[in-house]
Design a protein around this ligand. Structure first.
Ligand SMILES: C[C@@H](O)[C@H](N)C(=O)O
Ligand SMILES: C[C@@H](O)[C@H](N)C(=O)O
Lengths: 159, 159
């Protein structure tokens, strides 16, 4: 099972953008990411959870050097959504556990979240794929978090 | 740029579980996924967005044949969180656009969301990685959605 996870990493180079109270109707995600793409800003994680009373939030992460420009690009297209708000977190820590077949190896996510919990690290965003589970935490918890994951998976960090 | 995206797929075999109004404190994600893992249920997507007033939601997807058992497992561990609620969607359609280097190819996400929007498909959840962008939509929109993505990326669907 230790062969399943090949890498634990900390990425402290990104910022988070979150649009809240977006109308949950077709065309909203498209409008946002069209603006960001046309501005040439690279997007790493995109996270959207289910809506509540017709509204939902979309968060995404970008390189820190692009955050200010990204916020300008996004604000420009928010006009049709007067209730929506824009928030951001300039400094975030993204922890990733990478491997193969994470879906069928049911213990990996559990082990990652348990290691973070035991180190009192709070998970702010979660995003997953077959080969990577990522959790965003506060920047000041990044070092503790990656050490905790290293220990849990018996690996040294790659950054 | 067409070389970047190698596959468009529709997965109509999963169900969604969402826990709402969870306290946003360490140990919550761990407790949930420990219960699911110990029950032997495979988890595909996990999505959590940022909290609001100390609460947040966690959604995840599982094979449809496991949904009932999964709900039982999760309910058992929700006792410490009296405000939390459990919802699910038995039938969801997960659309994925797969390729390489999706982070640096800023047009892929935009093209995917635009194709869905133009077909009036509403995006319920979004989850991303370097090699895959996934959007969950209502089951009845799955076919329209995958055809729209096939057309947008010039590929036939793989399922
Ligand atoms: C919120 C956003 O994802 C919207 N549901 C859309 O389809 O664009
Ligand atoms: C909501 C959940 O992710 C919580 N923040 C935790 O760290 O477990």
């Amino acid at each position: 099972e230790d062969i399943v996870v090949s890498e634990v990493s900390l990425d402290a180079s990104q910022s988070r953008v979150t649009l809240t109270r977006l109308p949950d109707v077709p065309g909203v995600a498209s409008r946002i990411f069209e603006a960001v793409a046309e501005g040439g800003v690279m997007v790493d994680m995109i996270v959207q959870n289910v809506s509540h009373h017709g509204h939902t939030n979309i968060s995404f992460t970008v390189p820190r050097e692009d955050i200010d420009r990204c916020l300008l690009l996004v604000r420009e297209v928010m006009e049709p959504w007067p209730e929506a708000e824009l928030q951001h977190d300039r400094q975030i820590a993204k922890l990733s556990v990478a491997g193969i077949g994470l879906r069928s190896h049911t213990g990996v996510g559990e082990r990652m979240f348990r290691a973070l919990a035991e180190s009192n690290v709070n998970v702010q965003l979660i995003n997953t794929s077959e080969i990577r589970i990522s959790a965003v935490v506060a920047i000041e918890q990044g070092e503790v978090a990656v050490k905790s994951l290293q220990q849990a998976f018996g690996l040294s960090a790659s950054r």
